[in-house]
Design a protein around this ligand. Structure first.
Ligand SMILES: *Cc1c(COP(=O)(O)O)cnc(C)c1O
Length: 217
């Protein structure tokens, strides 16, 4: 059971528009996509259904895709540096758009294959993240709303627990800074195999594909 305060992002990668339409009809409110192009195509295929949900970018955002991402997504969960946050901020300003909510992605397992700020590159990491948060919170056209992490790929989901716990501690430290313009409210962590543990460790947003749609082909 996922408690009602936890937001569920339906991870739609590799799924067909019919499959995604079915989960929207069943009540899904948030769709996550990894690629700008796939999200835009999914939205076209879904037609009116697409307007009933919010769209979250959960994959790596390339610099040359920012403008298109801003036209396609409501929330960008995968901001992986102060520089990328600043680039998004500048594009939002140029487009005279609404303020865009962002989360900062942490690669808490410091895995080569994953995007996000990683502890191994920025020790002492807790202090580094506080400085990043301060800088990002000062940007005027993005709203810093929290943290996202994949957690390391480990066989036993119980092994992710200390990683999730560390991200929660970083979240709480940033909250404790009481940054004037930040609106720290989302801790997005946990997927099909790990969401129970992530929620126990403080996640209030989970991103789930396999448990909703079945195994990817
Ligand atoms: C695919 C994906 C998920 C969901 O993974 P499942 O194991 O299918 O639940 C969550 N977050 C991100 C960033 C993903 O790419």
């Amino acid at each position: 059971m996922i408690p009602p305060y936890v937001g569920i992002i339906v991870a739609a990668k590799t799924r067909t528009p019919d499959e995604v339409a079915a989960v929207i009809e069943a009540g899904a409110k948030h769709i996550g996509e990894n690629y700008v192009q796939e999200a835009a195509q999914m939205q076209r295929s879904l037609g009116a259904h697409a307007q009933h949900v919010t769209w979250h970018m959960i994959g790596h955002l390339q610099k040359n895709k920012i403008n298109k991402a801003l036209r396609t997504f409501d929330v960008i969960q995968s901001v992986d540096s102060v520089e990328r946050a600043a680039a998004i901020d500048a594009r939002v300003e140029a487009a005279a758009k609404r303020i865009v909510p962002i989360l900062v992605e942490i690669n808490i397992g410091s895995e080569e294959s994953k995007a996000g700020l990683s502890p191994s590159e920025h020790e002492p990491f807790e202090e580094y993240m506080e400085r990043c948060a301060e800088r990002i919170s000062r940007l005027e056209h993005v709203r810093f709303q929290g943290l996202m992490t994949m957690g390391p790929r480990v066989g036993d989901p119980e092994k992710s627990r200390p990683y999730f716990r560390r991200v929660k501690r970083i979240f709480d430290r940033i909250l404790g800074l009481r940054l004037a313009r930040a609106d720290m409210r989302y801790l997005s962590m946990g997927m099909t195999n790990s969401y129970r543990i992530a929620i126990q460790e403080g996640a209030n947003m989970v991103r789930i594909g396999t448990a909703i749609f079945g195994a990817r082909g």
